[in-house]
Design a protein around this ligand. Structure first.
Ligand SMILES: [Zn+2]
Length: 413
């Protein structure tokens, strides 16, 4: 085991900065490589060139996933990577870091003359960020994309996914062919920025993710009675906003009673009717998005929220309705991949604590078809999806070395 092997940070940094110039908005400094845009495709072609320079066999599948394969050893591949698309006006590390660190890890192994027991593939997935719903490329690899969905998916501006792909010379039906055969991926490893403040605040260079939070989305409607704000006595009102405020105030209690230290409950969107300063609101509609790493805790939070909403409605003489728009269970990262990453961190003398992920990643989709693991590096000030997204270079180096040594162990080195 070549314990002393390290990635070349100067080369990785140069790659990140070069890719970070593709799709850059000169006014904001942010990146616009939204999926299937010209800049997204230019970024993919650029990375394809880097893969070829490194001697990898490259291809792009029908979903736009770019693959660079090191054909050594035999059997199922160890797959390393992340996504290349960005949100509008995003940062230069979200996604790109995981792809370029994977490429750097493979280059480092090749230059050291190592002979992995199995092929290693660098993957750059498409449409992770959600222009058309998100994690499209990973879902195509996992075989969960349906022909109906391919035809109906649209972005916020009404552009169809199928048309956006055709505009780039792709045949959307070929996305169905991107599915990987069962058992063809031995393990998947992703390096990603944390996009939160925890690692930076605790002074750790990297984290090993235990799982990705599950999430449920509710729309809640409280209905009372709209009335004149001057003539309706306070004790005779059926004020829907008072009900909303009463429930919102109880969220910390709800988490203390039924949640955990990684529970996250958010009321992010609120609308009132009639939404007029001089009228008691007759109707309040709001969203509740709840996350936790444990599905039993999610269930307890949902039960507690239902009970409290019913109590609030009764107290303010409101009707209430709860519509659950989605329930996504938590995704546990693979135990043996976590143990492999912990062993790799120990060999590097790296203090990389176990931690959950509050945000979704390709890892959870590919985890359905392969044992999957996820490494985090700190996000300065917790900023992401914004031009100010940054990670200290020494932390990028630590995370990339953890990816290298994790991959080496998974590939029998
Ligand atoms: Zn990302």
């Amino acid at each position: 085991m070549p314990d002393g092997l390290r990635i070349d940070l100067a080369r990785l940094r140069a790659d990140l900065e070069a890719l970070g110039r593709i799709g850059r908005n000169p006014d904001t400094g942010g990146l616009d490589r939204v999926s299937f845009s010209d800049a997204d495709m230019e970024g993919r072609r650029h990375v394809q060139g880097l893969m070829e320079e490194a001697g990898l066999e490259t291809s792009m599948d029908g979903a736009g996933n770019l693959s660079g394969r090191w054909n050594v050893g035999k059997g199922p591949v160890v797959m390393l990577g992340s996504h290349l698309d960005t949100v509008p006006d995003g940062g230069m590390l979200d996604g790109a870091l995981g792809v370029l660190a994977a490429l750097e890890a493979v280059r480092t192994m090749k230059e050291a003359g190592l002979a992995p027991a199995c092929p290693i593939e660098v993957i750059a997935t498409s449409e992770e960020e959600g222009r058309f719903g998100g994690m499209f490329g990973a879902q195509a690899l996992a075989g969960t994309v349906t022909p109906e969905w391919l035809e109906t998916a649209r972005d916020d501006g009404g552009t169809r996914l199928a048309d956006a792909m055709r505009a780039q010379g792709m045949d959307p039906r070929k996305a169905l062919d991107a599915k990987r055969p069962e058992g063809s991926i031995a393990a998947f490893l992703e390096l990603h920025i944390e996009q939160g403040p925890v690692l930076e605040q605790t002074g750790k260079p990297a984290g090993i993710v235990t799982g990705i939070s599950g999430v449920f989305n509710w729309t809640i409607r409280l209905t009372g009675e709209a009335n004149h704000s001057g003539t309706t006595p306070m004790d005779m009102r059926r004020d829907a906003f008072q009900g909303l405020a009463d429930f919102a105030r109880q969220i910390p209690e709800l988490i203390a009673e039924s949640g955990s230290n990684v529970s996250r409950l958010t009321i992010g969107k609120v609308s009132l009717e009639p939404d007029f300063p001089h009228t008691v609101p007759g109707r309040a509609e709001f969203t509740l998005v709840a996350r936790d790493i444990d599905e039993a805790v999610m269930q307890a939070l949902a039960d507690g929220a239902r009970r409290r909403i019913a109590e609030v409605a009764a107290r303010h003489r409101l009707d209430h309705e709860i519509v659950e728009t989605s329930w996504l269970p938590p995704f546990p990262c693979d135990g043996s991949v976590i143990a492999t990453l912990q062993a790799a961190a120990r060999s590097l003398g790296l203090d990389a604590p176990l931690m959950p992920s509050g945000a979704g990643h390709d890892t959870q989709v590919l985890g359905a078809i392969a044992p999957a693991g996820l490494i985090f590096v700190p996000s300065v000030a917790g900023i992401s999806h914004a031009p100010g997204e940054f990670t200290e270079w020494k932390d990028i180096e630590a995370g990339a070395n953890l990816m290298l040594h994790g991959a080496m162990r998974l590939a029998g080195l």
